[in-house]
Structure formats: structure tokens, C-alpha cells
Write a protein that binds this ligand. Structure first.
Ligand code: NAG
Ligand code: NAG
Ligand code: NAG
Ligand code: NAG
Ligand code: NAG
Length: 373
């Protein structure tokens, strides 16, 4: 699909929740069309125009040893290996993704990227899948350690948004994992199509190979109310850390019924809660899984900052998501607000997944739908 066609669809999809779903005249170039070589070509801020409706980005893109701390406002992110990736999360404690989607900063598994570092023990499960066309990381975590409110069902971060400036604004993504440029770990490729759901104590992040096929289908961003289960189907098991090869998923929204290939489109929020989706996502088969211990992967992380209680069951209320897209004072182009709810169904290489995870996933999505209606 051509970029212009995709943009048109985005505009239509976004128009359902926003009066003005279109590029901001002050910064009309879509974030996905802003390309910078790393590190030499990175500007201090890619989104700096103070006349823009949502304002300039809150952080910066040049990140280095002086910005390497737990107050970092770095908005340049990486997805490399299971021991070296970043998630987008709030800059200040007890925030919801819906309220802060434009302002998220990079939280990485290790230092060296000029960002915050995810505290020790915050990641409770991580599955890294390498497919022919993308890398997908799903997992469970104590989201309060990444400044998210305990009950937040969260939402989607992606390089689009109704004004095409991205959430977070100006957020850049790089990887050293793609074949075209993986001769060593210091050569980075900019990722233009990616998606990151955060919430419900689960996360998923998917980065599509810029030289791969159908990156806009695999890293689709118009199913933001359906969470990880639909956008990043996985059989991640809580408490495990593994790297696998996997097949590509069926592009988000595409399914086969009675021999016919159909495309499901997420309905507008104005039509109310999504009560049914006409298909169940299929978890692609995986192989060559290698398991790790958390300590092997995430040594050197800072200690947790507080004795925050980790919810052991799903919280019974969405602190976040409920107001998303309802027109923030700044005329925000917010469209986020679905549970990350990582799908955990079936078995993986003989290992039984935790029933609680499967239940959490379903309930999380249901909750997200209820709160977002
Ligand atoms: C380090 O990053 C900061 C913040 O972006 C920037 O102001 C500074 O110029 C950078 N330093 C170097 C040596 O690049
Ligand atoms: C988080 O914010 C909510 C709503 O403002 C508040 O009720 C709650 O006490 C806060 N929690 C913490 C741990 O600060
Ligand atoms: C790249 O980094 C990964 C882990 O982060 C490591 O396993 C691998 O050996 C590195 N490759 C090279 C060529 O240094
Ligand atoms: C790969 O690296 C080369 C040299 O650094 C660069 O010119 C090229 O744009 C990179 N390819 C991609 C897809 O980023
Ligand atoms: C994952 O496991 C951790 C540690 O046992 C637990 O605290 C957390 O609630 C679990 N998360 C989910 C979503 O089941």
C-alpha cells in the first residue's frame, strides 16, 4: 500500500474521534517521512516548532552520557536484542499513557543510549521473536517502575497519531538487528514503522524491517483499541525470558473465514464499546527458542525506586485510557487507549502458559473496550 493511501486511511480512521485529523500546518511532514542517520544525522529535536498545535516535543533526540540518567528526557529509542531494547513510558511517576502519550520518553534495558534504564526486576517476562519481516518483544512488567499508574490499561504509542507527528511527538526508533546493516552492533537502521502497547502490566513492541515486505501491514497502527493480543500475538509465559525465531503473523486485522480473506476494521470510538471482534488472532509458530534468566540479561539496572506494590491480579479499573481522544485542552490528536494485554494462549514449545495470563489478556482487552467507549 502506498504511503498516501495509508495516510488517507489513517485520516479517515482518526476522523472518527477527532475533528481535525490531518497534518499540523506548522509541521506538516509526517514523522515517518523524517529520516536521520544514527548518530551523525540526529537533530537536537525532530519536532521543535512551537507553533504546532500539540506544541513541540517535550524531550530531545540527541542522547549521550550527559543525558544518561533517570530524569532523562531522551526520545530516541532502540530495539536491538532481548538484552538491549527500550519501551516508551512516562517521564513522571503515576502517569497514564492516555494523558502522556505525546510526551513518553525512552526507558531501556541497559545504559549506553543516553536514556533512563528500566529498574531491576521490573521486567517479569520477555519474549523476543525474530520473524522474516519484524522483531516483536512481548512481556509482563511492573509498570509502576516505569512511572505508569498502577491501574492504567494504557494504550498504543506509534509514529503516526492523527496529526502524523507521532506519540511521543518526535520519537525516533533505531535498530542494529536488521540484515542490511547488522555487520556489527554499532550500525543502526532507522525504523519507520513500529508500534508499542503499554498497559495492564503487559507490553509489546514491534519494529518492522524497513527493507522487509508489508511493514505497514505487520506494524499497523489503526487497531489501537485491540491491544497486544491482536497487534502482537504471542505465547509469552510470565516468568520466562526467551529468544525465538518465528513466522510472520497474519497482518493485523486480516483473517480467513470460510475460505475468504477478510479485513476487519476497528470501529470508531463514537460507536461505543467493541463487544466482539470477528476473529481470534493466531499466534505464529516459533522455533529455536533459547531461554535465559533475568539476571543474565538485565544486570546493571538501577534498583527499584519505591516499594510499590505489584498488582497480583488485574486491577479493577482503568485509570487511563478513559479520557483518551476526548479532546485535550491542547487539541491533542490522541487516539490511544487500549490495554496492552499480551495474549498468552496455548502452549509454547511444550511449556504451559499461565492460565492467569490468558485470563488477564482477555479481561484486559474487555476492560479497555469498556472504558474507552
Ligand atoms: C549531549 O546531549 C545533549 C542533549 O541533547 C546535547 O545538548 C549535547 O550537545 C550532547 N553532547 C555532545 C557531545 O554531543
Ligand atoms: C496516583 O494518582 C492517583 C490519581 O491522581 C491517586 O489517587 C493515587 O494516590 C496516586 N498514587 C500514587 C502511588 O501516588
Ligand atoms: C550484538 O549484541 C548482542 C547482544 O546485545 C550480542 O549477543 C552479539 O554478540 C553482539 N554482536 C556483535 C557482533 O558484537
Ligand atoms: C545501512 O547502512 C548504510 C551505511 O551506513 C546506509 O547508507 C544505509 O542507509 C543503511 N540502510 C538502511 C536500510 O538504513
Ligand atoms: C507475572 O509474574 C509476576 C511475578 O510473579 C507477578 O507479580 C505478576 O502479577 C504476573 N503478571 C501477570 C500479568 O500475570
Amino acid at each position: 500500500m502506498s504511503r498516501s493511501t495509508l495516510s488517507a486511511i489513517l485520516a479517515v480512521a482518526a476522523a472518527s474521534t477527532l475533528v481535525f485529523a490531518q497534518p499540523d500546518p506548522a509541521d506538516p511532514t509526517p514523522l515517518v517521512d523524517k529520516h536521520y542517520a544514527y548518530p551523525s544525522g540526529i537533530p537536537y529535536q525532530v519536532d521543535y516548532n512551537t507553533a504546532a498545535i500539540r506544541g513541540p516535543q517535550t524531550g530531545y533526540n540527541i542522547c549521550n552520557s550527559t543525558t544518561q540518567n533517570q530524569q532523562s528526557e531522551c526520545q530516541t529509542s532502540f530495539v536491538n536484542h532481548i538484552d538491549d531494547f527500550c519501551l516508551w513510558a512516562p517521564a513522571t511517576p503515576n502517569s497514564t499513557i492516555a494523558d502522556t502519550e505525546a510526551e513518553e520518553v525512552a526507558w531501556c534495558t541497559k545504559s549506553g543510549h543516553g536514556t533512563r534504564v528500566i529498574p531491576e526486576g521490573a521486567l517479569q517476562a520477555v519474549q523476543y521473536l525474530r520473524t522474516p519481516d519484524y522483531i516483536q518483544i512481548t512481556g509482563f512488567f511492573d509498570q509502576t517502575q516505569l512511572n505508569m499508574a498502577a491501574g492504567d490499561y494504557g494504550g498504543e504509542l506509534d509514529p503516526h497519531g492523527a496529526d502524523l507527528r507521532g506519540n511521543p511527538l518526535g520519537g525516533l526508533m533505531y535498530s542494529n538487528a536488521y540484515p542490511s546493516n547488522n555487520t556489527d552492533n554499532s550500525t543502526y537502521t532507522q525504523i519507520t514503522d513500529w508500534t508499542n502497547f503499554m498497559g495492564g502490566n503487559a507490553f509489546c513492541i514491534k519494529v518492522c524491517d524497513p527493507t522487509g515486505s508489508n511493514q505497514q501491514g505487520y506494524c499497523q497502527n489503526i487497531y489501537d483499541r485491540l491491544g497486544c493480543e491482536y497487534n502482537a500475538p504471542s505465547n509469552v509465559v510470565n516468568g520466562t525470558f526467551e529468544v525465538c525465531d518465528a513466522d510472520d503473523m497474519t497482518p493485523v486485522g486480516v483473517y480467513v473465514t470460510n475460505g475468504a480473506t477478510m479485513t476487519y476494521t476497528q470501529p470508531a470510538e463514537s460507536l461505543g464499546a467493541i463487544t466482539t471482534v470477528p476473529y481470534t488472532p493466531v499466534v505464529p509458530s516459533s522455533s529455536n527458542c533459547v531461554q535465559y534468566q533475568s539476571a543474565q540479561l538485565y544486570s546493571g539496572a538501577p534498583a527499584p525506586t519505591s516499594a510499590s506494590s505489584v498488582p497480583t491480579s488485574l486491577p479493577s479499573g482503568g485509570a487511563g485510557g478513559s479520557n483518551s481522544g476526548n479532546g485535550s485542552p491542547s487539541g491533542s490528536a490522541s487516539r490511544s487507549g487500549s490495554a496492552a494485554g499480551t495474549g498468552a494462549t496455548g502452549t509454547s514449545n511444550g511449556a504451559n502458559t499461565l492460565g492467569v495470563s490468558a485470563a488477564a489478556s482477555v479481561v484486559g482487552v474487555v476492560f479497555a473496550m469498556a472504558f474507552l467507549s
